[in-house]
Design a protein around this ligand. Sequence first.
Ligand code: MG
Length: 250
Amino acid sequence: MKKQLFVLSLAMLLGVNHGVFAQDNNEIDPKLTEDWTHKPEIVSSDKYGESPSDAIVLYGGKTDLNKWVDGKGKSITWKAKGKALIVEKNGGMITSKRSFGDMQLHIEWASPKKAVGKGQQRGNSGIFIMGLYEVQVLDSYNNETYCNGQAGSVYKQHAPLVNACRKSGKWQTYDIFFTAPKFDSDKKLISPAYATVVHNGILIQNHVELKGPTEYRGQPVYKYHKAKLPIQLQDHGNPVKFKNIWVREL
Ligand code: MG
């Protein structure tokens, strides 16, 4: 305490206080901290949710069905209806032809209006980023399950901060900001994956660190993989709808 008082008195004697700092700052040219080295690229987006000008559209309507393949690398059997792409039971997971690493992913989904089943059986699908890291899609409106398995969870790793689910059948948005894990030349992990998720405009995952690829059983462990991998959407046997899927590579 005595030492702190001494330091404080000394600071006052030397004029180390806000007023003096402010005076000093006034003598610094503000231009010195202006950065003119580059201009951020112009990206336009007229309506929220519509794909920005630099986005890669993965699904905007049935003409985009060919941007996906099934588990055998063939055309998908999931159905296009209006603007939506609907999970086809036994159609299996679908995989984007393009691969991505760090990204901003926008995706809209709706669970069936008629809420059938309980817990994990109601409106279940999922977004497997890099085909490995699942952000859960589930009808979590009045539907209890383990918190790290409900809508917006990073499945079995991070529960959402809040339950932002809309009523069954309503369209919902996910905006996912994903940092891919990085591996060195010896294929050793040097930086884990991180995810931020905004559900219907509400922050539900705030830069959470992923422990490894999604595991249904047991603990996740990182294994080396490529810097870019496709996105997969899950067939969990429920006719979940998706629309307006786009990615901005970061
Ligand atoms: Mg799922």
